[in-house]
Design a protein around this ligand. Structure first.
Ligand SMILES: C[S@@+](CC[C@H](N)C(=O)[O-])C[C@H]1O[C@@H](n2cnc3c(N)ncnc32)[C@H](O)[C@@H]1O
Length: 234
């Protein structure tokens, strides 16, 4: 496995960003300020690999599963905007298990008082609007597996950061990976090889990709894994 030292990635992010002037700086500021679960260093790696995919990846839109309040969508959206791609940001906006009341990552101000359930869509829309990415990032509101079942367009980039339980994580993998074109990038978040660091399902789907024989890992930054599709299949 290749794991780029964070400082190397950071240097490259800075030099890529410098060539595009103030626009990346502006979007990055919104990404850092956005609520969510993407450490800066991993967000920068997301951006960097998306930029590479925009330059030499296959044709087609990009899709992320799990947008929450729009943090990762800003990093991916900055790259998508630069390369004239479209990013579909898919989330039912009701939060994952760990976002529900009584769980570790619950944020009570994100509960819609009218229905007593989490609704991250308004905050997501504020984030994307503030970052000036409304022309690039298209919100898809619904259940991941249901949308995947009717999706028909080959993807150039797929970022999986949805539900982290066994059923949603494997559902995301089985539903969306078949839509990723050969040569495209698969990015998986919250992959923890050591169970004491975090839950197993993202690690399990990463293992499926690595053992499938149709993905090659190109980088690893924190809990983010970046793989390129080298053949058909899952
Ligand atoms: C870890 S958060 C995403 C964090 C986000 N990428 C960021 O940068 O902050 C996971 C998200 O997946 C969404 N989610 C969980 N299960 C889902 C499902 N079956 N379909 C659609 N979205 C789902 C949740 O609503 C939640 O917003």
């Amino acid at each position: 496995m290749t794991a780029t030292p964070p400082a190397e990635n950071l240097k490259e992010v800075e030099s890529v960003a410098a060539t595009a002037g103030d626009r990346f700086d502006e979007v990055f500021k919104h990404a850092v300020a956005a609520r969510g679960f993407m450490p800066d260093e991993e967000g920068q790696a997301l951006f960097l690999h998306a930029r590479r995919c925009g330059a030499d990846g296959p044709d087609g839109p990009w899709l992320e599963v799990g947008s929450y309040c729009g943090k990762s969508a800003c990093y991916l959206g900055a790259a998508a905007e630069h390369d004239g791609r479209q990013l579909f940001a898919l989330d039912h906006h009701r939060g994952s298990e760990e976002n529900q009341p009584g769980w570790e990552y619950h944020e009570s101000d994100l509960v819609d008082p009218a229905i007593g359930r989490i609704d991250t869509l308004p905050e997501f829309r504020r984030t994307i609007h503030a970052a000036g990415l409304e022309g690039t990032v298209v919100a898809l509101v619904g259940d991941s597996v249901s949308v995947a079942a009717v999706w028909r367009t080959p993807l150039s980039l797929l970022f999986i950061d949805g539900g982290h339980g066994p059923e949603p994580a494997h559902g995301d993998y089985e539903g969306w990976v078949p839509h990723l074109a050969v040569g495209g990038l698969l990015l998986i978040h919250d992959v923890f090889p050591n169970p004491v660091d975090g839950g197993r399902p993202p690690f399990e789907i990463w293992s499926r990709a690595v053992n499938s024989g149709v993905f090659r890992q190109v980088d690893a930054v924190g809990s983010l894994r970046i793989l390129r599709r080298t053949g058909e299949g899952i």
